[in-house]
Design a protein around this ligand. Structure first.
Ligand SMILES: [Zn+2]
Length: 495
């Protein structure tokens, strides 16, 4: 038995804070009230702190970077008060795998770091069960992961029988506990995927109460039509929908503002949200800076094209106009010496202007680099977080310290920063957005609210600093330091 005494409780429902003691038995909250004489094995003094439900990060990349395996403590999330993370976004998930290859996450990491001993979602969960995660983890099934296993690197429509097989695979994935389905329509392999293919798949997700998350087809000029496409499909299939990492890209602020208005006006009757983060940099594969026509046929082919002088000359003028510090190399597998270099430094070293320098950087890295790309309008993204349609997500991984990459602040400071910058909405409303609302959206039963019978996923916070974190009743962070107790669980959908 554990007792947390005299904390100000913000229970996740949006109700104003109230003072109470909270009793925990095993992994659950057993009582909330006043228990001055109660004896407990562990007494946590909550005086001067808010006690909140553990935060839920609805869009993380710890699966894409394989850090669930290489850094299972997921410490950077725990230290932010995050007790649950959801992966499998942007069309790419760790399962189901038809042939046991992780090809669809290769744009984020070196896929040879681990041995893949699973195919299905059920088998993945079995493997993850042995990994001993520090946080709870649930996943979507990725559209591109399944599609590329079905038809390889071909860019074509599915045949009717392929679509039937797809539906069967998706159905099984949901049955085995996937929380939903994701697309990465903005990526080279999916940009041409027809609306009707997605529409034929989503009713399976809707029927099981799963969530559809989508990395939009176009986040720039075509943002509005991409949002329209998403609203249309949510309406036609009735699926709960989450637009991934929707943020105002520099130069496309008008499109973003119009898109936000559209969501707030046309989607009032729909369970439709977007997730976003309060930072001005994206983390993107470097190839996504190529003009669209040059993003074709897989990394090897794209990289080979860069050495063709006539293609090169066509590409250079179409590259984005960057300033010296707008781009920093975050990771470059096989070319670690590039890590931390800005575009300005790289170009100056080679006596190139910035556009030629960018193309040279792409060539040298064989397109296998991740970059921090300063392309988000910070003021506008912070404002958008107050929208009822907005959810908070790091869209990042919890990574170990390494000289092979640099960590983005999003991976370790998204939630404290969100609380810190929030000046406009009451704290209990801000907390609801990162607890109850995502828990309901993803059907995370028994989580997201402090109430009797719920899991004891909790955080004690003060001045937006995370003091103590409990995962299923076990103290995972104490006095701001992680304790490596691996109490995370696999969260399965209704199935
Ligand atoms: Zn994405």
């Amino acid at each position: 038995m554990t007792i947390i005494k005299s904390a100000q409780i913000i229970d996740g429902t949006g109700k104003p804070p109230f003072r109470a003691d909270v009793l925990l038995k095993d992994d659950k909250i057993s009582a909330i009230g006043s228990f001055p004489n109660k004896k407990a094995d562990t007494v946590i003094n909550g005086l001067g702190y808010y006690l909140v439900p553990g935060f839920i990060d609805v869009n993380t990349d710890s699966d894409h970077y394989l850090s669930l395996f290489t850094n299972p403590s997921q410490k950077d999330f725990l230290l932010q008060g995050v007790t649950t993370i959801i992966g499998g976004h942007c069309g790419s998930s760790l399962a189901p795998l038809l042939y046991g290859t992780l090809e669809s996450i290769r744009k984020w990491t070196d896929i040879n770091q681990i041995n893949v001993d699973w195919h299905t979602i059920a088998e993945l969960f079995k493997t993850l069960g042995q990994v001993k995660l520090g946080v709870n983890f649930g996943t979507l099934a990725g559209h591109s992961t399944i599609r590329r296993a079905l038809i390889g690197e071909d860019l074509r429509d599915l045949t009717e029988s392929e679509l039937k097989i797809f539906q069967r695979i998706l159905n099984q994935a949901l049955e085995e506990g996937a929380l939903g389905f994701s697309t990465g329509l903005g990526y080279a392999h999916s940009r041409l995927v027809p609306y009707n293919e997605i529409k034929a798949l989503l009713p399976i997700v809707a029927k099981r109460g799963g969530v559809y998350t989508t990395h939009l087809r176009d986040e720039t000029n075509g943002l509005l039509s991409s949002i329209n496409e998403t609203i249309k499909i949510a309406r036609e299939t009735g699926v709960k929908t989450l637009i991934s990492h929707l943020r105002p890209l520099v130069g496309y602020e008008k499109e973003f503002e119009n898109g936000l208005k559209l969501l707030e006006k046309s989607a009032t009757d729909l369970n439709l949200h977007f997730d976003t983060y309060p930072f001005d940099t994206s983390i993107v594969p470097i190839y996504t800076l190529l003009p669209l026509w040059a993003q074709n046929g897989g990394l090897e082919i794209m990289a080979a094209n860069l050495s063709d002088p006539s293609i090169k000359n066509r590409i250079i003028p179409e590259l984005p106009n960057l300033k010296e510090n707008d781009l920093v190399v975050a990771q470059a597998i096989g070319n670690d010496y590039l890590v931390g270099k800005t575009l300005g430094e790289f170009a100056a070293n080679r006596n190139l202007d910035l556009k030629s320098g960018l193309l040279e950087l792409m060539t040298v890295a064989n397109l296998k680099a991740l970059i921090f790309y300063k392309n988000v309008n910070l003021e506008l993204v912070i404002k958008s977080l107050t929208s009822e349609k907005a959810l908070l997500a790091s869209n990042a991984a919890s990574l170990e310290e390494s000289d092979k990459y640099i960590k983005h602040e999003r991976g370790y400071n998204t939630f404290p920063r969100y609380l810190e910058i929030n000046k406009t909405i009451p704290l209990e409303t801000a907390i609801k957005k990162i607890t109850l609302i995502p828990a309901e959206k993803f059907n995370l039963r028994g989580r997201g609210v402090i109430k009797e019978g719920n899991f004891a996923d909790l955080a004690l916070i003060s001045d937006n600093k995370i003091q103590q974190v409990l995962v299923s009743g076990q103290i995972a962070v104490s006095e701001g330091k992680s304790r490596n107790i691996a109490a995370g669980r696999i969260l399965r959908g209704r199935g």
